[in-house]
Design a protein around this ligand. Structure first.
Ligand code: 5GP
Length: 111
């Protein structure tokens, strides 16, 4: 049996984090190990392990709309990124979108 995910524990305030946005369905936090000057994680409160488990178009749409909204609250230009599965670089198996931004002249690489 697996317990609550890391992000569920953050949502429950069992683990501290720097919360930048929250509504009934989503939370956005600063990444603890930022890979860009601005690095946020947009996380649905409804748990799925990975983004391709979201079957409902409305849920998928709300996730991306929230990511865009949060991104635009912090930057004009930004990168949205999803790691999907271990082979895709995913480490925390609770769906989330990375918001990366704040470079002076764009990200260092295309990967
Ligand atoms: P993934 O590789 O699963 O797409 O990304 C997981 C992200 O969660 C990583 O960028 C990692 O730095 C971040 N992370 C891991 N543990 C914590 C934590 O306890 N707090 C916060 N704020 N971010 C975390």
């Amino acid at each position: 049996m697996s317990g609550p995910t890391l992000f569920e524990r953050i949502i429950a305030r069992e683990i501290p984090s720097d919360i930048v946005y929250e509504d009934a369905d989503f939370i956005a936090i600063k990444d603890i190990s930022p890979k860009a000057p601005i690095h946020l994680l947009v996380i649905p409160k409804k748990v799925t392990a990975r983004v391709d488990e979201i079957a409902e178009p409305l849920e998928m749409g709300q996730l991306w709309l929230t990511a865009v909204k949060v991104a635009r609250q912090h930057a004009q230009d930004y990168r949205l990124l999803v790691n999907c599965g271990q082979g895709g670089g995913q480490v925390v198996f609770h769906t989330h979108i990375h918001v990366l931004a704040g470079w002076e002249s764009g990200p260092d690489s295309d990967t």
